[in-house]
Design a protein around this ligand. Structure first.
Ligand code: MUC
Ligand code: MG
Length: 370
C-alpha cells in the first residue's frame, strides 16, 4: 500500500458557546480535516485546529503546508513507516499543528490497516479515561453554572479554569466553581496573561481554594520569573505553550520551573507526544493530556492517546470542548460515560465522517466530480 496524497479540507463549524481566554478567543471553529489517501482506498483522517495566537498557524497556512510540503513529502511512502514519515514531515520547520494532524491521520490509517484501535497500538494501558472540561472566561456565576452543568450532565469532576484576567475576577471565578461543585478537582490556565506580580498574588489566593496546578502563568520567555513562581508555589507550574515539541519540553524542564506538562496530540501527534511523555516520566514530571479546543474529530485523538499510556491515563484528559460547538462532522456521537470518555472500538481513531455535513461546512470549493 502506498500513500497517494494528503488532502487538507478547511471547514468552519458554528459554536454554541464562545471560548475566551487570555491569549485569544474562538467565535467560530475554523478547522482542517486531514485525509491521508492510499492506492488501496483506505483513508486516514484527523483534525487540525488553527491557533494563530499560539503557533502562528492559520487555517489557510495549514492547508498550504499540507498541500505544498507535507503531501509531496509523503507521496509514494508505505503508510506504516510512520517514523520515516515523521522524519520527512519534520523537515518542515514550525507548522506543528499541520504536522501533528498528519501524524494523527497516519496512525488512524495504521489502525485501519492492522484492524486495531489506536488506543491499543499506542500502548493499550486502559480502555477509557476520566474527562476534564475547560471553562473559559465569563462572569464567575456563569462559569460556576457551566461547571455544575457538566458535573450533572456528563459526570465531569475535573475542571481547568481559564484565568489570566484581573486576579480578583480569577479568584472569584474559581471560588464560585468551588462552591458549585465542592468535590471538583480544579486547576487553572492563565495562557501567559498575568504579570509576575499578579501571578504571585493569584498563586497565594488560589492556593487557598485547593487549586491543584497552574498552567502558563506569565510570558514564557521570562525564565527567571517562572522559576521564582515555581519556587514559591506548592503546586506545579504546568508547561503548555512552552512545551510545543520534544525539544521545547526538554528546554522547559531544564529551566527548572515546569513540574507538569500538557501534552497535546493536536500539536505533537502521537509519535512526538509519546516521546514527550517518556521524557517527562524520566524526569519524574507529571503529564496531562491537554486540549486545543478540539472539535469532535480532534477529541477522538486525545481520547485514543490519553488511556493508552500509564502516565496520561492517571489524570483527567481535556476532551470536552467539542461540546462548545453547535455542530460537528462526526456521524456517531462521542461516548461520555460517568465522566469518562470512551474511545470507539473501531480500527484507528474510529472517525466516521458525515459527508453531507462536511460538504455543508467546508469553506473551499469541493473538487468537481469526474
Ligand atoms: C490551553 O490549554 O491553553 C487555549 C487556546 C488553545 O488553542 O488551547 C487552549 C487551551
Ligand atoms: Mg494551556
Amino acid at each position: 500500500m502506498r500513500i497517494t496524497q494528503v488532502e487538507a479540507i478547511p471547514y468552519s463549524l458554528p459554536v454554541a458557546r464562545v471560548a475566551r481566554f487570555a491569549s485569544g478567543s474562538i467565535t467560530r471553529a475554523d478547522l482542517v480535516l486531514v485525509r491521508v489517501c492510499t492506492d488501496e482506498g483506505l483513508v486516514g483522517r484527523a483534525e487540525a485546529q488553527p491557533r494563530p495566537y499560539t503557533y502562528g498557524e492559520t487555517q489557510a497556512s495549514i492547508v498550504a503546508a499540507i498541500r505544498d510540503w507535507l503531501s509531496p513529502a509523503l507521496e509514494g511512502l508505505d503508510p506504516l513507516r510512520i517514523e520515516l514519515a515523521h522524519e520527512r514531515c519534520a523537515a518542515l520547520e514550525g507548522n506543528v499543528v499541520a504536522r501533528g494532524a498528519v501524524d494523527l491521520a497516519l496512525w488512524d490509517l495504521a489502525g485501519q490497516i492492522l484492524g486495531r484501535p489506536c488506543r491499543e497500538l499506542l500502548g493499550g494501558y486502559a480502555d477509557d479515561v476520566a474527562a476534564a472540561h475547560m471553562v473559559s472566561y465569563g462572569e464567575p456565576a456563569a462559569m460556576a453554572a457551566e461547571a455544575l452543568e457538566y458535573r450533572e450532565r456528563f459526570g465531569i469532576r475535573t475542571f481547568k479554569v481559564k484565568v489570566g484576567r484581573e486576579v480578583a475576577v480569577d479568584v472569584a471565578a474559581c471560588a464560585a466553581i468551588r462552591d458549585a461543585v465542592p468535590e471538583a478537582e480544579l486547576y487553572v490556565d492563565a495562557n501567559r496573561g498575568w504579570s509576575v506580580e499578579q501571578a504571585l498574588r493569584a498563586g497565594d489566593e488560589l492556593g487557598e481554594l485547593g487549586i491543584l496546578a497552574i498552567e502558563e502563568p506569565i510570558a514564557i520567555d521570562d525564565a527567571a520569573g517562572r522559576r521564582r513562581l515555581a519556587e514559591r508555589w506548592a503546586v506545579p507550574l504546568v508547561g503548555d505553550e512552552s512545551c510545543i515539541s520534544l525539544a521545547h519540553t526538554d528546554r522547559a524542564l531544564n529551566e527548572g520551573a515546569v513540574r507538569m506538562v500538557s501534552v497535546k496530540a493536536a500539536r505533537t501527534g502521537f509519535t512526538e507526544s509519546r516521546r514527550i511523555v517518556a521524557l517527562c516520566e524520566a524526569r519524574n514530571v507529571g503529564v496531562i493530556a491537554g486540549s486545543q479546543y478540539e472539535g469532535a474529530v480532534g477529541a477522538l485523538a486525545t481520547a485514543a492517546l490519553a488511556p493508552a499510556l500509564a502516565a496520561t491515563a492517571r489524570r483527567a484528559a481535556e476532551v470536552m470542548n467539542y461540546t462548545d460547538l453547535a455542530d460537528d462532522v462526526l456521524a456517531e456521537p462521542i461516548e461520555i460515560r460517568d465522566g469518562r470518555i470512551v474511545p470507539p472500538d473501531a480500527p484507528g481513531l474510529g472517525i466516521e465522517i458525515d459527508e453531507d455535513k462536511l460538504a455543508h461546512y467546508r469553506v473551499d470549493e469541493a473538487p468537481a466530480l469526474v
